[in-house]
Design a protein around this ligand. Structure first.
Ligand code: FES
Length: 193
């Protein structure tokens, strides 16, 4: 029998049986899990909660709290030191005629984005992940919208603004620059409104 089980058996022996509340499973105190011995229902048994166990619990919870704070601080530091967004050539002007759209990946190969050209002089690009639950939005060039088929969300194609349905905010905009005939992605603009 473990030390804790012995201690609880002794505690149970020293009490008047009428003072001991039956545990929900009906098993004797000696067979109960350790936590039930440390936090008993009966006040008389309460005096047997070992100070050492209580101190251990306090140390563990404090340690977990400190570790959590340290992890958050480290994450924040890493985020601040993160490298600037990459410059990636995503297309040439020839690849994207007026009225066309094109899928590319930015800033990582896992991030799908859309390059759109609604007018000769207007090139826009957005993350393809809907801001509701991340379904892929689909351009409807003739209607001037991006449609999310999952829950009928709509975004303005020229601005990426959420205009109907459940999406709570605009699509992240991919910043573009044109050099010669190259279309280059230079960053991601997250927008809350
Ligand atoms: S995931 Fe796009 S509207 Fe729900």
């Amino acid at each position: 029998m473990s030390d804790d089980a012995k201690r609880r058996a002794l505690a149970a022996e020293e009490l008047d049986p009428s003072e001991i509340t039956t545990s929900p499973d009906g098993e004797p105190l000696a067979l109960q899990p350790i936590w039930r011995g440390d936090f008993p229902i009966d006040a008389p048994v309460d005096q047997y909660v070992a100070r050492r166990n209580f101190a251990r619990l306090l140390v563990l919870t404090s340690g977990a709290f400190v570790a959590g704070q340290a992890w958050l601080a480290a994450k924040d530091l890493v985020r601040k030191r993160r490298a600037p967004p990459p410059r990636i050539t995503i297309a040439t002007l020839k690849d994207i005629p007026v009225g066309a759209s094109l899928v590319f990946h930015y800033p990582t190969p896992r991030d799908r984005c859309l390059l759109l050209r609604p007018e000769v002089k207007l090139l826009v690009a957005y993350s393809q992940a809907c801001t509701h639950l991340s379904c892929a939005v689909v351009p409807r060039m003739s209607e001037g919208v991006l449609h999310c088929p999952c829950h009928q969300g709509y975004f303005d194609l020229r601005t990426g603004q959420n205009i109907a349905g459940p999406p709570p905010r605009p699509l992240p905009r991919i910043l573009l620059t044109i050099e010669g005939t190259d279309v280059i992605a230079t960053g991601v603009e997250e927008r809350m409104v």
